[in-house]
Design a protein around this ligand. Structure first.
Ligand code: HEM
Length: 465
């Protein structure tokens, strides 16, 4: 457990930097992180020192130790200013994770500034997560419509066919969700959505795409300061009027990234779980319990596999090691869920799975958007299984390609064969309009829904088959 070490006694312990460290991001890790986690657990117990792309960090592998760190934000605060090696200028200049951490939005920040930001996030998300609120009803109808349009697009070639459900459904749908949340006016969002995709894929064009994206989000933020609407940026600003355009654009980037990547992974992982015949998942899905199925999926395959770092405020004993104040501590929820103290108590046959998992975090910094994220993914998954009567993987499950990332665990592609269900799709309810508000003009609807570059790209995938 996390116990403060008497002052001075940490000096007798080996420092993180002087240890011989196993690299975390290896081919084994890309294939199956569980192999690496178990090797580390055998060698070090519940907390292991590792080399994360050239930087020494502690990785928390034990369930109880992970819970302890997440629960106690006072002893294990976030905030890059608390990172000793960073303060002392000892991080490599070209460390690949620096750009994503340096954005320093609400997920990464600690300290006083964070508290006001956190209240603003909670306030701004609330209308979207209250099922009785008009913006939540409108968002639900928009997601349903988007899901149906995406399914109609990739099945337009006939009753049966082949699709990459990741590229053609699980990734674009959450991008569209993010675009509704952000309240992009006109067609400004077209290229921003494609740029988000480029950033997430971290290919050669990711750098320029990130710059363009931040510029577009700054423009959007400046617009919402002048013309607030019924959307996330306007609600965030109403609660935190002191945010600068630059600060606001970082938060919007966080929303766009979290929504598009995490929700997409959740949809894909849920589909795989159901169609590969995981019996409890299929049974609960047919009983209409999609949220229960998704709880099993996030527990077994957490989208966010390793959390951003915390830095103990004092020297702390955790597992078999003494962690010096200011050392970076990464909680690995993927490893914690495989820890026998947790995994040994999970009963796969039970109808209701445990909520004691850490996939949404724990303690004061757990995910504030769980309802929104789970709700959006549930709509996507349920529309797929209603519209398609047959859905099977076109690759053996152990050959599905995974993306290699120190934060995420998601599929690179999800090739399936489908059969469109005999029964016609239920009519999609119209998207209810909101009371008129400046800046929130749904240009999509108003202008007969002109197609975005994202849509043209998706249509190209169908034509290119
Ligand atoms: C399947 C989807 C999602 C999963 C699995 C997920 C998971 C998580 C987890 C594990 C954390 C805590 C990380 C930590 O303790 O370091 C977190 C934090 C957070 N998430 Fe989510 N998330 C999801 C979707 C979203 C979405 C769609 C949004 C925004 C609309 C969002 C907004 C946030 C924010 C603002 C925080 C930071 C809270 C804080 O530090 O106080 N998440 N999320």
């Amino acid at each position: 457990m996390g116990v403060p070490v008497n002052s001075g006694s940490a000096a007798g312990h080996e420092s993180l930097e002087s240890m011989s460290l196993e690299p975390l991001m290896t081919r084994d890790y890309e294939r199956d992180p569980a192999i690496v986690y178990e090797r580390l657990r055998q060698a070090h117990g519940p907390v292991a020192p590792v080399d994360l792309l050239g930087v020494p960090v502690w990785l928390v592998l034990g369930y109880e130790e992970a819970y302890e760190v997440l629960r106690d934000d006072h002893a294990w605060p976030k905030g890059l200013e608390n990172w000793r090696a960073r303060r002392e200028g000892r991080l490599p200049e070209d460390w690949p994770l620096a750009p994503s951490l340096d954005v320093n939005h609400v997920l990464i920040q600690g300290g006083e500034g964070y508290r006001e930001l956190k209240v603003a996030w909670d306030t701004a998300l609330r209308p979207f997560q209250d099922p009785r609120h008009p913006v939540a009803k409108r968002l639900k109808a928009q997601i349903t419509r988007d899901a149906d349009e995406l399914i109609s697009l990739f099945t337009q070639g006939g009753r049966t066919g082949w699709a990459d459900l990741s590229a053609q459904f699980s990734r674009p749908l959450p991008l569209m969700v993010a675009s509704h949340l952000l309240g992009f006016p006109g067609s400004q969002h077209d290229d921003a959505l494609m740029d988000m995709w480029r950033v997430l894929d971290a290919g050669p064009d990711a750098g320029p795409a990130l710059e363009r994206l931040l510029a577009t989000l700054s423009e959007l933020g400046a617009w919402k300061m002048k013309e607030p609407g019924d959307d996330f940026p306007s609600y965030l600003l109403a609660s935190h009027p002191g945010l600068s355009v630059e600060e606001l654009s970082r938060e919007l980037m966080m929303l766009l990234g979290m929504t598009s990547d995490h929700v997409g992974i959740l949809i894909s992982n849920t589909v795989v779980e159901v169609i590969t015949g995981n019996l409890p998942a299929s049974a609960s899905l047919s009983a209409g319990l999609i949220r229960e199925t998704m709880n099993r999926v996030v527990m077994q395959k957490p989208p966010l596999i390793n959390f951003v770092p915390r830095f103990p405020s004092k020297d702390m004993k955790l597992g078999n090691h003494t962690i010096a104040a200011g050392d970076p501590v990464w909680v690995s929820v993927g490893a914690a869920h495989a820890d026998p103290t947790f995994a040994g108590k999970v009963c796969p046959e039970s109808t209701i799975s445990t909520r004691a998992h850490l996939s949404w975090g724990a303690g004061p910094r757990q995910c504030p958007a769980r309802e929104l994220a789970g709700g959006a993914a549930a709509i996507g998954v349920s529309r797929l299984f209603e519209r398609l009567s047959g859905l099977e993987l076109s690759l053996p499950v152990d050959q599905l390609p995974w993306r290699s990332s120190p934060f995420m665990r998601g599929l690179r592609s999800l090739p399936v064969r489908y059969t469109v269900s005999g029964t016609p799709a239920l009519p999609v309810p119209p998207v209810p309009p909101l009371p008129a508000a400046a800046g929130s003009a749904p240009a999509d609807e108003a202008a007969g829904r002109p197609r975005s570059s994202l849509w043209r790209y998706l249509a190209g995938l169908v034509r290119g088959r």
